[in-house]
Write a protein that binds this ligand. Structure first.
Ligand code: PEP
Ligand code: MG
Length: 683
């Protein structure tokens, strides 16, 4: 049986690692072989291998032919076609920092005219240290060290299999203990190690008489050559990951001494100069001594760049340093924000930046020293500062950062990227671990918000003209009542050991609330029947993200304990402007007085009903909005963990009476531009 799908790529970054991962996972759940041909490039790849899919260099608007052959081809074709349709919904915007204008210098430095080179910022901040130039290991260097000896093919293959198994297990173990960016990178490396096309290419070279060393390097070089041909910078930057895995696989197969030590031993604070650094090499460097980096050939989206940003290491790119005369004894300066490297700073410049670093360090220390202090304004008005999370690992990080609770657990994340829904055992175990980690602090579990931009295949929600206005979140619960009830049961089971709360997304009417309450009560009854412990007084809340709720607060408040504004969705529904559509981003306006008045009305109504109200959209992390949100009367703000120390610090500098005055004045304004001025925002 054979099926053909014609496909035009609608993804603006093309088929890069993430969509390729979705396609690979789906195709591997079928027996049928899936061959992906990009008509523009003429390149073909197996869709069961993410790497070989990426290597077809499928970019925006490329036409492709996908041939599916095998007994279950028809079924595979229909699932794949459905997935391809949905791919644009998985697109994420990268978190790259915006660039300060070229040539920008701090005003007080301009007249000293320091000798500087303009590069591009990868990660901001200031570094002062001596330079240390390091050579990146290339495939040619590695190939030059290939051992002469070749064992019979069967023996080479056996040791390859063992080596891959050991490396894979090491990555799986590392996944358990790492969080955030490091976790994502290990996941990406794991998918290269287990990539079927990569493995078959190595085997192919072994069958042609090569030993493991040469076979691994040749296969990796072939892949990198194809990735390098891509016109997408993002795809090109994956070559560093393939190089990284090559080194790791060879040292697993041939021992640690087979290649020069991958780590970089620093003995004094240094600014590292290199063309590029693999993520592993970067991770092995002592961060106490790593002042900054100049990576001349490293792009913004390489994994090393992402790591440097997440660890706050000032880093520049686009500086061709080989032509520079770098004196190893001469201190130099990176000013990451404008993206400049100051080569031979005079005393005045050094004094300026030393002072700048001292100020930044004191602020940072104050922030970190106080992260576990209660969040309140200078005059003692408390505003609970909580975290938005989607996994146990993030809960851990959140409490380290000083979160006073979890204001939003996006539970749908454990329903996505898989072929079947999670079961009760999995969810109750996860929720219990999070609640125990919270040590009595509140954890708000938002029941699954599937649909809209977060489809899951196995629920078969169907195609919709307007998914954001369609079958999403609470609206799907009546059809999937058992799944909803199972999730409620898992949350209730966690409530036996800590402070778990339930929150329902996308509520639009009191009737929906009543229906959810009824399910909650029936789940409680079934737990009683099974003699399973739970908190009978568990709080039930709703997200306020559909504008109709603002006008139904008194009747809804009779049946719930709290409200949390989902400002991301509330703004999109309030202005009828898609939250992900950049063409209407000026309509999606959080500064609009009309929007702020709607928020104020909601806060006042909720308080009048004797209940509490928080906010868990992106707005909650904005220091610009903080005085206004505090002054309007929000009881809680929930945000990503990394924003918590800064927001808590900023809150402590505020005076509540002044915040209230600011809110009153701002709500009387009639233009967004005036609101921006009132909030002292220069745009
Ligand atoms: C929101 O809409 O503001 C929100 C927090 O929910 P999500 O972003 O998950 O839709
Ligand atoms: Mg929402």
């Amino acid at each position: 049986m054979s099926e053909l799908i014609t496909y035009k790529c609608e993804l603006k970054d093309g088929i890069h690692a993430r969509p390729a991962g979705h396609i690979e996972r789906l195709c591997n759940s079928f027996q049928a072989e899936v061959c992906w041909k990009n008509i523009r490039t003429g390149l073909e790849g197996r869709a069961k291998s993410a790497l070989s899919l990426v290597a077809t260099d499928t970019l925006f608007n490329d036409d492709c032919e996908i041939t599916i052959t095998g007994a279950d081809a028809a079924q595979a074709a229909s699932k794949l076609a459905a997935l391809l349709n949905k791919l644009p919904q998985f697109e994420v915007t990268t978190n790259e920092e915006t660039q300060a204008p070229a040539g920008y210098l701090p005003r007080s430095l301009r007249e000293t005219q320091p000798n500087y080179i303009q590069g591009s910022r990868i990660s901001g901040g200031v570094a002062i240290a001596r330079p240390l130039v390091t050579q990146a290991l290339t495939f040619d260097d590695i190939m030059a060290r290939a051992p002469m000896q070749t064992h019979p093919a069967a023996q080479e293959k056996q040791s390859l299999k063992t080596g891959i198994g050991i490396l894979k297990q090491a990555k799986l173990d590392a996944l358990e203990s790492k969080v955030g960016v490091e976790h994502d990178i290990i996941q990406a490396h794991l998918s290269i190690i287990t990539d079927t096309a990569f493995q078959s290419a190595i085997i192919h070279f072994i069958d042609n008489g090569e030993n493991n060393w040469r076979a691994v390097v040749l296969a990796a070089m072939d892949f990198c050559e194809i990735l390098n041909r891509s016109s997408s910078k993002y795809i090109k930057e994956r070559t560093l990951d393939v190089l990284d895995i090559t080194v790791q696989l060879l040292t697993t197969l041939y021992g640690e001494n087979a290649l020069p030590p991958s780590g970089l031993q620093l003995t004094a604070p240094s600014i590292i100069f290199a063309d590029s650094l693999t993520p592993s090499k970067f991770l092995s460097i002592d961060k106490q001594l790593l002042a900054g980096m100049v990576l001349s050939a490293t792009g913004q989206t390489s994994h090393t760049a992402i790591l440097a940003r997440s660890l706050g290491i000032p880093t520049l790119t686009d500086i061709p340093f080989t032509a520079l005369d770098l004196d190893p004894q001469q201190e130099m300066i990176i000013d990451g924000d404008p993206g400049i490297l100051i080569i031979a700073p005079n005393n005045q410049v050094l004094r300026y930046y030393r002072n700048e670093m001292a100020v930044q360090k004191t602020m940072q220390q104050q922030m970190l020293a106080n992260v576990h202090q209660p969040a309140a304004t200078a005059d003692g008005h408390p505003v609970e500062i909580a975290a938005n999370i989607a996994s146990f690992e993030e809960a851990d990080a959140a409490f380290e950062m000083g979160a006073e609770g979890i204001g939003l657990f996006r539970t749908e994340m454990s329903f996505m990227d898989r072929e079947t829904p999670p079961d009760y055992a999995e969810l109750s175990d996860l929720y219990t671990r999070v609640v125990l980690r919270a040590e009595g602090k509140p954890v708000i579990f938002r029941t699954f918000d599937i649909g809209g931009d977060k489809p899951v295949d196995y629920l078969q929600l169907g195609e919709e003209e307007n998914p954001f206005l369609g079958y999403r979140a609470v609206r799907t619960y009546p059809r999937y009542r058992d799944l909803f009830a199972m999730q409620m049961k898992a949350i209730l089971s966690a409530s036996a050991v800590g402070n778990a709360k339930i929150m329902i997304p996308m509520i639009a009417s009191v009737e929906e609330v009543l229906w959810c309450r009824e399910v909650l009560e029936s789940v409680k009854q079934s737990l009683r029947d099974e003699s399973l412990p739970f908190n009978d007084a568990i709080s039930l809340g709703v997200m306020l993200e559909v504008p109709s709720v603002i006008f139904a607060i008194p009747e809804i408040a009779e049946h719930v304990d709290f409200f949390s504004v989902g400002s991301n969705d509330l703004t999109q529904y309030f202005f009828a402007a898609d939250r992900g559509n950049t063409q209407v981003s000026s309509v999606y306006d959080n500064f609009a007085p009309s929007f702020l008045r709607a928020l104020q009305q909601a806060i006042d109504e909720v308080h009048r009903a004797g209940k509490w109200i928080g906010l868990c959209g992106e707005l909650g992390a904005s220091k610009d909005f903080l005085p206004l949100l505090a002054g309007m009367g929000f009881d809680e703000l929930s945000m990503s963990s990394s924003a918590i120390p800064g927001v808590k610090h900023a809150l402590r500098e505020l005076n509540f009476a002044q915040c209230q005055q600011l809110a009153q004045n701002t709500l009387a304004l009639t233009r967004s531009s005036n609101v921006k001025t009132a909030l002292k925002i220069r745009r």
